[in-house]
Design a protein around this ligand. Structure first.
Ligand SMILES: O=C(O)[C@H](O)COP(=O)(O)O
Ligand SMILES: [Mn+2]
Ligand SMILES: [Mn+2]
Length: 558
């Protein structure tokens, strides 16, 4: 990371003491919205979070967690974990992947840079494969970017193109994959009209095929590999639209979990396995759910599953997904350079840090928090603990997830007095919210609240301070709404369930016996966002935040 020449020493805060144990709790997918029956946080019993909101008005507020406040292209973009945790940890707003790719495509710079020129070498004699999430959710990828890249690559010599799609239904409404596939098919037909051999080659639902994260379940990546690289899958179709429509007919199937399929020609032969000499681009800009596939595509040495074949390809990511690991080595757009994060400053000022979540969110509170950087800044001062998540299930089946285990680990870390900061992500509201199961999400929110209580009780015991916040909304609104805010009803007469995140603000609550009496929220930061949290936490540790950080949310009145 670009840290040479940095002055790490933080100035002492003029009024706030050092040496307090601080718990930083991030409730994933926990926004603030009007109380109605689709607000699972409201419906659930959440006495701990309710009391934070109702008992200390000077120490509870909302901050923005979506759109430009977290570096996304527009204020119509919902927040997500990557940008949310980046902002929380880095204390500044960086133009994020979605925006960087938009800019690179709009200016044409993407075609001038090293990554594109590298894959271009394959265009004359081999196939270009584009693998990624087919969605306009804007969290991991966007279909319009894929469309522009298809056009740009074919204008620049790609003669044979194969697209390997992953259906969404998580950041967008379930069933929308059919429309996206039709749009994509239209573009590919246009390219074929121009003499370019362009087709969809394979597909599958994102949560079942390819887009696992943090090594929770390599089988997910293997299913994708078999279809994309080997051209093998249990289902074969001659068109992607037909594939999705047919596979969606099975009971209890949805876009997120479609089984893998390959597209075959009239003779039943797969149209697009990946072969020696081909170019491959993973078109997702977001890292967490692409790094496992990136490893499989890039690493000569690899033992996570039997790849059967390891084709010699030219591979580039839309972005580089891990700067520390340089993974992948080639990429089309440079990722945001998020350096000098609060974690790095605090460690350099002697703050001992404990971070914990379960697997599905572990990288959020470590890798994303630290500016998309893996590993420790200083292994003597930091400890990151991952609690294994259940795998192979949808979390509405186990809505309590590992909330209480995370709470216990955090409690023990606090009571040990071995750490100055104990930071956790509690995933329930988000992970269960994404299933669209309202009843289960209510159970999830209750479990998250119980975990918060465990942590805050421990903070009370050691005379510490807590900060409880969230990275974006999800569980507080589980239906699609019209402009007036009324639930939308689908053709089937049922309300349209919203599985995605929201545009809602999130709470930031501070307190605990260690918090100096005069600390309260400033009134002059009305538009505060997640990026204001880092300076606030640095203050609570007794330091002044670096000058270029977004301003603190607190003041100390005498
Ligand atoms: O990857 C996912 O699970 C969703 O697309 C976004 O959820 P997250 O941003 O909360 O991880
Ligand atoms: Mn999240
Ligand atoms: Mn989410």
């Amino acid at each position: 990371m670009a840290t040479s020449g940095t002055t790490w020493k933080l100035a002492d805060h003029p009024k706030l003491p050092k040496g307090k144990i601080i718990a930083v709790v991030v409730l994933d997918g926990w926004g603030e919205a009007s109380p109605d029956k689709y607000n699972c946080i409201h419906v659930a019993e959440t006495p701990m979070m309710d009391s934070l909101k109702n008992s200390a008005p000077d120490r509870w507020r909302l901050v923005k967690a979506h759109g430009k406040a977290v570096g996304l292209p527009t204020d119509d973009d919902m927040g997500n974990s990557e940008v949310g945790h980046n902002a929380l940890g880095a204390g500044r707003i960086f133009a994020q992947g979605a925006k960087l790719v938009d800019n690179a495509l709009a200016t044409g710079k993407i075609y001038e840079d090293e990554g594109f020129n590298y894959i271009k070498e394959s265009f004359a004699n081999n196939t270009l494969h584009l693998i990624g999430l087919m969605s306009d959710g804007g969290v991991h990828s966007r279909l319009d970017q894929l469309q522009l890249l298809l056009k740009g690559a074919s204008d620049r010599g790609a003669k044979r193109i194969r697209v390997h799609v992953l259906t969404d239904g998580r950041d967008v409404v379930d069933g929308s994959s059919v429309g996206f596939a039709e749009t994509l098919e239209k573009d590919l037909a246009e390219l074929r009209g121009k003499g370019i051999d362009a087709q969809v080659a394979s597909g599958g639902g994102r949560m079942y095929v390819t887009m696992d994260r943090y090594e929770n379940d390599w089988e997910v990546v293997k299913r994708g590999w078999d279809a994309q690289v080997l051209g093998e899958a249990p289902h074969k179709f001659t068109s992607v639209v037909e594939a999705i429509q047919k596979l969606r007919e099975a009971p209890n199937t949805n876009d997120q979990y479609l089984p893998p399929f390959v597209i075959v020609d009239e003779s039943g032969k797969p149209v697009g396995p990946i072969n020696d000499g081909d170019a491959v681009v993973t078109v997702n800009f977001r890292a967490d759910r692409m790094t496992m596939l990136a490893q499989a595509l890039e690493y000569e040495k690899f033992d996570k599953f039997d790849r059967v074949r390891f084709p010699k390809i030219r591979y580039a990511g839309m972005l580089q997904y891990d700067g520390e690991l340089k993974l992948p080595n080639h990429y089309l757009v440079s990722p945001p350079l998020i350096e000098r994060t609060s974690g790095e400053y605090l460690v350099n000022n002697g703050i001992r840090t404990f971070a914990c979540s379960e697997t599905v969110k572990f990288g959020h509170v470590t890798f994303f928090w630290n500016g998309n950087r893996s590993g420790y800044f200083n292994s003597e001062l930091e400890k990151y603990v991952e609690i294994p998540s259940d795998s192979g299930i949808t979390f509405n089946v186990q809505p309590k997830m590992k909330a209480l285990e995370i709470g216990e680990k955090a409690r023990d870390a606090i009571l040990s007095r071995n750490y100055d900061q104990v930071r956790v992500n509690i995933p329930n509201g988000d992970m269960v919210g994404h299933t669209g199961d309202i009843e289960a999400t209510v159970v999830a929110c209750k479990a998250a609240d119980q975990a918060v209580k465990m942590i805050l009780d421990a903070i009370a015991e050691v005379g510490g301070i807590y900060m409880v916040t969230a990275d974006h909304g999800n569980a507080e609104d589980m239906v699609k709404r019209d402009k007036k805010g009324e639930p939308l009803v689908g053709k089937d007469g049922k309300v349209q369930i919203q599985t995605s995140h929201t545009l809602q603000p999130v709470p930031v609550a501070i307190g605990g016996p260690g918090l100096a009496g005069g600390v309260k929220y400033r009134k002059d930061v009305p538009n505060g966002g997640l990026a204001n949290v880092a300076a606030t936490v640095i203050n609570l540790h007794g330091f002044v935040a670096p000058d270029d950080y977004e301003t603190t949310l607190i003041e100390v009145v005498d």
